[in-house]
Every structure is written in C-alpha cells, then in structure tokens.
Write a protein that binds this ligand. Structure first.
Ligand SMILES: N[C@@H](CCC(=O)N[C@@H](CS)C(=O)NCC(=O)O)C(=O)O
Length: 234
C-alpha cells in the first residue's frame, strides 16, 4: 500500500503537556551515521511502527508501506505510566521480542530531508524519554514487494528498561488493559486500534498473542460494563 502522507503539512503532535514528573534526560539521538539510510535516497530514512505508530505516527512523512519484519514477535510486555497508564496503574503496550520464527506486521514510514531530524526528535521524546524504548535496525519487507526489503529504524523496549513488565498470562494482560488509561487515552483503545490494523492487513497477518488478549477482553468486558442499576445512577 503506497500512501501519500496527509501529515506532510501538519506539525507532529507532541505528547500532551501534563504535570507529569520531569522526564529523565533524553538519551542521545542516533547520529546520522547510526541509523539505517534508504539505499535509494541517502537523505531518506524508514521508521518501522508496530504499536501506536501504526495508527498515530504524528510526524511528517513522505511515504508509507504496510509490511512485516522477520525474527521478531510482538508482545504486550512493556509497562507504560504516561501514554496508556499511570504510576499507580501502569498500562501495557507492545515491544518486539527476538524470535527466530517470529513475524510482526506494521507500517514503515519514509522520512526525507528535514523530516528526518524532526521525526527523530519527536520520537525520541514520545518513545525513548516517555516510553523507555531504544532504537534498533530491522529489515522490513513491504507487503507488495517482499523481494525488495528495506532497512528501517524500530523503537524496541528491552528487558533492561525500567518500565519493562515481561510475560504474563493473556487474561492478566487483558485485565490490566481494561483497567488502565493515560495521557494518550485508554489502554483498551490502544489494543483495539492495533487489532483493527491487523484485520486490515489480511488473513496472512496473524498475531496469536494479540488475538488471545482481544478474546480475553471480550470475555471480561461484561464484568466491566455498568449494570442497569449503575446506569440509573448516572
Ligand atoms: N515502538 C512501537 C510501540 C510504540 C508505542 O506504542 N509507544 C507508546 C509509548 S509507551 C506510544 O507512543 N503511545 C502513544 C499512544 O499510546 O497513543 C511502535 O513502533 O509502534
């Protein structure tokens, strides 16, 4: 899918200002030599999104492709106390787990010229400072041209970051998602928007971990829905 960005003229939204505690010092931005360049255009960079970035990149880009990376599985194993949770009730967002058999679908965005520094500056705050993610080079396979893979930059939350929660039963993850919200919205929205994206990718794009959490949420939701009596009090 080749999309002309509608975001080219809209400034990237920055995370909402909030009385959140002052974030830790920003980790150094990847230097131009450090991040993968698009072989075709030395001024271009591809950024791979596989969580909130698939529906809310919020930075200007010149092109985008739906596709996948091999050797990684997506897991709701990163805690989040800003965007989809709080210090008292951290939400769960996704990261990439190295997995030889794994395949993770998402969207790669091409940034060019001045878009590169703007995107990296914005994502450094949203992903690294506020989210605990590090950058990693991955090989991205566009859905339409899997024989022409691209080098891309991905933001990955490793087990060494303080927000990392690690594995839990999908039912426990679903309960946490149903209960949490942050400055970017409810954690359930995060889950369902990602599930919607995967639906759009078609039957070849499977994510059993994501599907199990969505199923668990569907089973539990009636318990979280207000009863008639509770609605009568509204
Ligand atoms: N790095 C992954 C995950 C990104 C992600 O979900 N990051 C959180 C930071 S904790 C975020 O940006 N959340 C914004 C939101 O939830 O709308 C991606 O490429 O999409």
């Amino acid at each position: 899918m080749k999309q002309e960005s509608t975001a080219q003229n809209t400034p990237p939204a920055s995370p909402p200002l909030s009385p959140a505690p002052s974030p830790p010092p920003s980790p150094p931005l990847p230097s131009p030599a450090q991040h993968p360049r698009d072989g075709g255009d030395p001024q271009a960079l591809w950024i791979f999104g596989y969580g909130s970035l698939v529906w809310r990149p919020d930075f200007a880009y010149s092109d985008s492709r739906v596709g996948f990376v091999r050797g990684y599985s997506r897991r709701f194993w990163q805690g989040d106390t800003f965007h989809r949770g709080s210090d008292k009730m951290p939400g769960r967002v996704v990261t990439l787990l190295e997995d030889r058999e794994g395949c993770t679908w998402g969207v790669a965005y091409q940034v060019r010229g001045e878009q590169v520094s703007e995107a990296l500056k914005y994502l450094n705050v949203r992903e690294a400072v506020l989210g605990g993610y590090d950058t990693k080079e991955v090989t991205f396979y566009p859905q339409d041209t899997p024989d022409q893979p691209l080098k891309a930059l991905a933001y990955v939350a490793t087990p060494q970051n303080p927000g990392y929660l690690g594995p839990a039963p999908e039912e426990a993850i679903a309960t946490q998602i149903l209960a949490c919200r942050g400055f970017s919205g409810h954690n359930l929205e995060y889950l369902l928007r990602l599930a919607d994206f995967m639906q759009l990718c078609g039957p070849q794009a499977q994510d059993e971990h994501l599907a199990a959490i969505v199923d668990a949420v569907g089973t539990m939701l009636p318990c979280f829905c207000p009863t008639e009596q509770a609605l009568a009090l509204v």
